[in-house]
Design a protein around this ligand. Structure first.
Ligand code: FES
Length: 195
């Protein structure tokens, strides 16, 4: 039997590298794409009954300011002594962790993206939103300008598209004399707290 020729083996290895390296890069790219597609669509954490932590009592809005579905107001809450950007909406239906006053349904959310902490914004044009955020819906939602994560108020702030996995934390709402107050916040308060 012929001995393998080392010179030939080396030549074959070099020739093989010419297609092996691009193949490995291509396989890596498609693997990354599959993982990203999976994580964008299938690894979002659901929203359940919140566990509240007592916090300062801060005025979020006067009821008159939220006199129609999808009216919203930005306000500042306080987390650990620091100002925290937040939003309160009037919604068309009750959501878990929200507040119902008579026939009106409200929800308050932190505006700090649970991915990497950018400030999320109210996206009031679903048509434009579907282009920018690739999230198709017929109503406003919250969108993060950093990596185009989308959050759905009608699902209690659940992350529905993009890199964020966790929902926007909810703020506990109470109503008194026609005023909505935020009086606490959901734990863990992501991304500032983890489980
Ligand atoms: S920081 Fe919001 S999507 Fe990345």
């Amino acid at each position: 039997m012929d001995e393998p020729n080392l010179q030939n083996l080396r030549r074959i290895s070099r020739r093989d590298l010419i297609w092996m390296i691009p193949s490995a890069i291509t396989a890596g790219f498609f693997g990354w794409l599959a993982w990203r597609t999976y994580s964008i669509h299938f690894t979002k954490t659901g929203v359940s009954e919140p566990v509240w932590r007592e916090g300062p009592r801060v005025q979020a809005a006067v009821l008159n300011e939220l006199d129609a579905h999808w009216r919203f107001k930005y306000f500042e809450y306080v987390y650990n002594g620091s100002p925290l950007k937040a939003v309160v909406f009037r919604l068309s239906e009750p959501v878990v962790g929200g507040l119902t006053v008579g026939e009106a349904h409200f929800l308050a959310l932190s505006r700090i993206c649970t991915h990497q902490g950018c400030v999320v914004n109210y996206v009031d044009n679903p048509e434009l939103g579907s282009i920018a955020y690739n999230y198709r819906t017929d109503h406003p939602f919250m969108g993060c300008p950093c990596h185009f994560g989308a959050y759905e108020p009608l699902q209690g702030g659940k992350a529905v598209y993009g890199p964020p996995r966790f929902p926007l934390p909810r703020l506990r709402l109470e109503e008194e004399n026609g005023v909505l107050y935020a009086t606490g916040y959901e734990t863990p308060f992501r991304p500032l707290e983890q489980d």
